[in-house]
Design a protein around this ligand. Sequence first.
Ligand code: IVH
Length: 703
Amino acid sequence: MNQGTLQSLLAADADKKRMEELRAFITYHNYRYHTLDAPEITDDEYNAAFQALLRLEERYPEWRSPDSPTNRVGGQVLSSLETKAHTRRMYSLDNVFSDEDWQGFLKRLENALPGVEDTFWCDPKMDGLALELVYENGRFVEALTRGDGEVGEVVTAAMRTVRNLPKVLHGEAPERLEVRGEVIFRRKDFAALNDRLRKENAKTFANPRNAAAGSIRQLDTSVTASRPLRFLAYGFGEVRFGGMPVWRTYAEVMERLQALGFETPPGGRLCRGSGEVEAYYASLAEKRESLAYEIDGVVMKLDDLEAQEALGYTARAPRFAIAWKFPAQQATTRLLDITVQVGRTGVLTPVAELEPVNVGGVIVSRATLHNEDEIRNRDVRVGDRVVVQRAGDVIPEVVRAVLSERAPDSKPFEFPHVCPSCGQEASRLEGEVAWRCVNVSCPAMIRQSLTHFVSKAGLDIEGLGQRWIELLVSSERVRTPADLFTLKVEELLHYERMGVKLATKFVDSLDRAKKDATLQRLLCALGIRHVGEQTAKTLAAAYADMDALRAADPEELQNLPDIGPEVAGAIKAFFDDKPNVELLARLKELGLWPVRRQTPETAQVAAGPLAGMKVLFTGSLSMPRSQAQRMAEGAGAEIVGGVSRKLNLLVVGDEPGSKLEKARTLGVRVVDEAGFLALLRAENDVSAGDSGNAAQDSEEGKG
Ligand code: IVH
């Protein structure tokens, strides 16, 4: 045997072994994902393994195996639920990850069916649990999960609790209709569910998809009923039309499904030609974060159903449809260390120090671990491989550890009960998840609270960056915000890299901040718990100065809009704290003491056309909602967060959703955008000036 043959034999041997490994790997992770709803690896890693196996099977057809996961679509079936065979197999979808892959798909289509028209029904790929609903003569009779594609779990009772599922179809319905689609959680519903589970000290879900699967594959359907699930229809199985006209295009299918009463994936539409499909993909990729649902790509389905039939299926997926996936928002990496950060309120936050990893185009090297309980619940340990996730502007977080790769000698993380900055004992109050440093002179806390004080969210003091705060705090020249206002040009010159010019600018900008400070800004700058922009605004409008606010008792505070017992309690606690009282006394002495002024603007607001009215906007308006809100506030209205009997006016734009319904039931006055503008104008005819614009300008001026 010559050297070349030997080498290629060895290589083939390695490939064979690799194929076996990949099969075992994928089978295991299929089970974690589909059956246990508890994935350990990211979709990207799964996809990489899957694609690698597909490539090898193509190269070595002789080593294909009938039980290869490439011949199946997914999970096994949980024995506790009843199972049943699908009339028609529920396939999975093949994926493409780039424009190049997508062109490859088009080429395969053209090869398989020369001259096929490249018109596609495109809709978002929903990230939930795939399901089939069966309707007989227009009545919902059965629901099956996809299961392994051939056999699914019967989840009829659970699905009956899903609120947007039509129990009886609208209008004329086929004799038998199998509708396929996805059960999903909206992002905000998912967040609320996890919040609740966290409060109940129960296990939280890693993502909306797992939450949907966990909620449906339940023996106790009261659990399902308590969860705001939705079913979105995007396809069909067997259809016996009876006397009805047969569907010819996918666009027609979607139109009919909607007419029959189904909600369908939002934004689905027909795209003619590859260019339109690419533009659709790009626009959804951009909008992705702002959608109410989690989506992980776009699905393209050939519009011509006859052509679909001609193309048929591979072992696991249709040839006429493809999913074009978005870049992943998750990645795995090594957890190098857990450090603990001290926030300005003294909260100790555990931070994951990570081996830098690219997550959807951003390099992440630190991520939050939230608090002690979350670390314990997620059982994340130093040295683990962990899954990191980011979404939009949210701080990256560690989702879970990859348990199968955990070192045998790893130890659970011991959350420190002393402050890592000052070394003093930390405390954890009953009912709270956070440990706090309660040392008022903790340098980390001082640094953070000064940073907040001078930041845009506080007094917005120019030129006072992190480096200066660091220097001033470590030299112990500044311990509280008041100390800033005693800084003199001469003493600043002793600091490195500080010249006369810079020092003068520095002191000037502090002076200016002192003069320009409003009560609202100072309230924000002090970092009182639960007092953000909106609450500060309310308080500043109600009280003449800090002394007046300090004198107010919590019951009185609770008469103000949007201030409940918790906020009122936090304000009281702030003023009960001696160092805070001392700080305020010093600020007063130093001349940082804003008082409420009765400006022409506030006077006008008090007399505006919407004075004293609680107003809420819903649906999309022709102007940005923030602008409409400013106009309303300028006219004296107060913007509130939800519909209740106390609401005086609901302004509705396009696609208003459930708020409109609720307002109607409660008898709240409802106007559209034109009606709203008319209300503002009506008053301007009798009072002088344009209240809407005046309010807008003054707000922006402040910002
Ligand atoms: S169409 C004939 N459209 O993704 C094509 N599937 O990963 C049938 N999925 O098994 C599927 N959103 O469960 C289609 N807009 C959408 C979808 C979608 C999510 C699911 C489906 C499929 C899985 C493949």
